[in-house]
Design a protein around this ligand. Structure first.
Ligand code: NAP
Length: 435
């Protein structure tokens, strides 16, 4: 029997578990350990609440989770409740699928002012992540600046722009829906340090901005290269750029929408200023060099805003004793191998890129690596040893059956038309399990 521990119950974790099930059948036990008492990681607290069809993939993970040889141990903090070295003693393979939940730091002057918020916090807040439920957001301002031109920046802009009605059928948490319905935001500025041909926004997500009830996406013609240059783009990017050109073509049609989502291209934030809170963003205009990198032109402008949301990518938090690549914000690894018996997968391996589906081949590849390295199990204790260790430390792990009780209560608590009202507090989740 082989014993595998997977740390992290998001897409990378569950695709890896599925791959191990398929590879070994009954010849494996798979324990999925998570810091949160609830599973599915990014699907629950990263994917936007108005993208329910993307969240539906959790049904596939549930099928894996309900397999006889798969066990969920939630509410267990690796590095705190149990160390990597201890897990390595108990399991033939320990696979880190911890994702990239921390923000890349925005290293400009003023980024510590109240009102500067990282996307991990903002996205966690509207998705009910217990770490961010009490995020203090200023309600008074009319303008928000969003730094970055990726899909997270798009999610954040869309959530800020939607009307309460447009959240029907979503699982946005009550505190966020309440804040948004009282917010006075009229201008949302998306700042890209490069141009329309360098965005990291996918077509479906960008197209949604053109369909909002009260918001108009605004682009400037002078930022675009000649239309003939679009033909050289790869098909997905070409579609995204076509959406941007369409926003320009529909300018008159959309003009009466009161909320503006301005695309400021070739715009590099260099400082945030304000008296005890964010009041303005100082931006340097940029141009592209021969390698398509942005370089400052020396020309600056200022943007009045009460909130700056930085959406410039994520990092994997280091774990004591695990080699780490600080520059890239992920574990040091060779195709997922970190040390003998220790592996990483998904964003913890390759950084925060790709779609949820990208984690599937990743998970299957790491199990092939495990199979190459570990021909047979080495009589390790696996789950029995973990349970004994946790019990000796008074750590109460949450099982998948416990999660199903929590889920049932969340469904019962849903407002009309919503799939669930999430618990945002770990103690409340655990109390439901015990009820
Ligand atoms: P991302 O795709 O890497 O985009 C990061 C953006 O931040 C880029 O535009 C980048 O510009 C910019 N940036 C980086 N450092 C900067 C700095 N110091 N100053 C100014 N701008 C800076 O990251 P993400 O948006 O966080 O998304 C992470 C992953 O999740 C992506 O794979 C994304 O597609 C995925 N995701 C998918 C969905 C969806 O499919 N619905 C939703 C959300 C996220 P440069 O290009 O110039 O570096």
């Amino acid at each position: 029997m082989r014993h595998i521990a997977i740390i992290g119950s998001g897409p990378a974790g569950y695709y890896t578990a599925e791959a191990a099930q398929k590879k070994y059948g009954d010849g494996v036990t798979i324990d999925i350990i998570d810091r949160m008492p609830v599973p599915f990681g990014l699907i629950r607290t990263g994917v936007a609440p108005d993208h329910q069809s993307i969240k539906a993939v959790s049904r596939r993970y549930e099928k894996t989770a309900l397999g006889d040889n798969v066990h969920f141990a939630g509410n267990v903090n690796v590095g705190n409740d149990v160390s990597i070295a201890e897990l390595q003693n108990l399991y033939d393979a320990v696979i880190l699928a911890t994702g990239a939940p921390d923000d890349r730091p925005l290293e400009i002057e003023g980024s510590d002012l109240p009102g500067v918020i990282g996307s991990a916090a903002f996205v966690g807040w509207y998705n009910g992540h217990p770490d961010y439920k009490d995020l203090d957001l200023p309600l008074d301002g009319k303008s928000v600046a969003i730094i970055g031109n990726g899909n997270v920046a798009l999610d954040v802009a869309r959530i800020l722009a939607k009307t309460e009605k447009e959240f029907a059928g979503s699982d946005i948490v009550a505190h966020a829906l309440d804040w948004l319905s009282h917010s006075n935001v009229e201008t949302i500025t998306l700042l890209g340090r490069r141009g329309p041909h360098q965005i990291a926004m996918t077509p479906k997500e960008l197209g949604e901005l053109g369909q909002l009830e009260r918001a108009q996406p605004v682009v400037e013609a002078h930022d675009f290269p000649d239309e003939s240059a679009d033909a050289l783009l790869e098909p997905g990017m070409r579609k995204s750029v076509t959406h941007l050109r369409d926003f320009l073509a529909r300018e008159a049609e959309l003009a009466d929408k009161p909320v503006k989502i301005n695309f400021d291209f070739f715009a590099m934030p260099v400082a945030i200023e304000g008296n005890g809170k964010v009041e303005k963003l100082v931006v340097e205009k940029t141009k592209l060099d021969a390698d398509m990198r942005s370089v400052g032109t020396g020309e600056h402008y200022e943007l009045d805003c009460s909130m700056v949301i930085s959406c410039i990518g994520y990092r994997t938090p280091p774990i004591e004793g695990v080699p780490y690549e600080h520059g890239r914000g992920r574990f040091a690894n060779d195709e997922g191998r970190i040390l003998p018996g220790l592996y990483c997968v998904g964003w913890a391996r390759r950084g925060p890129t790709g779609t949820i589906g990208t984690n599937k081949p990743d998970g299957f590849a790491i199990i092939e690596a495990v199979a190459e390295d570990i021909a047979a199990g080495a009589n390790k204790e696996g789950r029995t040893g973990l349970n004994r260790l946790l019990a000796s430390r008074g750590v109460e792990a949450v099982s998948f059956a416990d999660w199903k009780k929590i889920e049932e209560a969340e469904i019962a608590n849903a407002r009309d038309g919503a799939p669930r009202e999430k618990f945002t507090n770990v103690a409340e989740m655990i109390a439901v399990r015990e009820s």
